[in-house]
Design a protein around this ligand. Sequence first.
Ligand SMILES: C[S@@+](CC[C@H](N)C(=O)[O-])C[C@H]1O[C@@H](n2cnc3c(N)ncnc32)[C@H](O)[C@@H]1O
Length: 220
Amino acid sequence: MLNFYGRKYPRNIKNDQLKELYDFKFFLDKSKIKTFKTKTKKFETFNLEIGFGFGENIFAQSAKNDKDLFLGCDPYLSGSFNLKKDIKTFSLKNLFFTNLGFLELFEFLKNTIFTKIVILFPDPWPKKRHKKRRLINSSFVSLLELITFEKTKIIVATDHEDYLSQILYEFYKSKSFELSTEVIGYEVYTCFDISLTKYHKKAKKSNKRVYFLLFEKKKS
Ligand SMILES: C[S@@+](CC[C@H](N)C(=O)[O-])C[C@H]1O[C@@H](n2cnc3c(N)ncnc32)[C@H](O)[C@@H]1O
């Protein structure tokens, strides 16, 4: 499986903007990702957002919880430019982001345990022949087992019913996770104070039903 399918660079991006981004302390490209552990060692609680898009949620979460560390990954760079601006404007010290896709990032995360993992509106790849490109599949769920502990919460949102079934099935099959029956549906959105993102807005505009799911580690 390829690490990422899609466009990486926004249109009209200039070389000096790219250089500034790659030089930015909180942006960890492939050459800097190894420094993640040392740069973040004073934090106790780690959170991960996979596919942060334009960065609305990870920015809001990190601004509201300055004692916790937030790491976001998304190979599409548009949101990275937003996050760079936000981090500078609000002098954030707890938000790191990378252009590595999740699979590539995972190689550097082996000993990192996340308290919360957020995946909002992962690409649904609706065509039958593209379904294998979907991020959430059984091997993805197996990798999550290695970066989670008994208290980890995994929050997923989608407006695509076929992908919803797949997500539910993949987690149902796993030995480690179960769907929470305590916090369900839109309660997940409010309870975890999730911010409205570009794709959530899109779904609302086209009156699509949005599903929020909370997965937890199975209690042994
Ligand atoms: C449909 S958009 C949703 C963006 C945002 N979460 C939102 O709710 O607006 C899916 C995002 O996932 C990113 N993405 C796709 N594959 C990825 C991967 N393997 N690792 C990390 N991000 C990925 C895409 O670049 C895109 O920004």
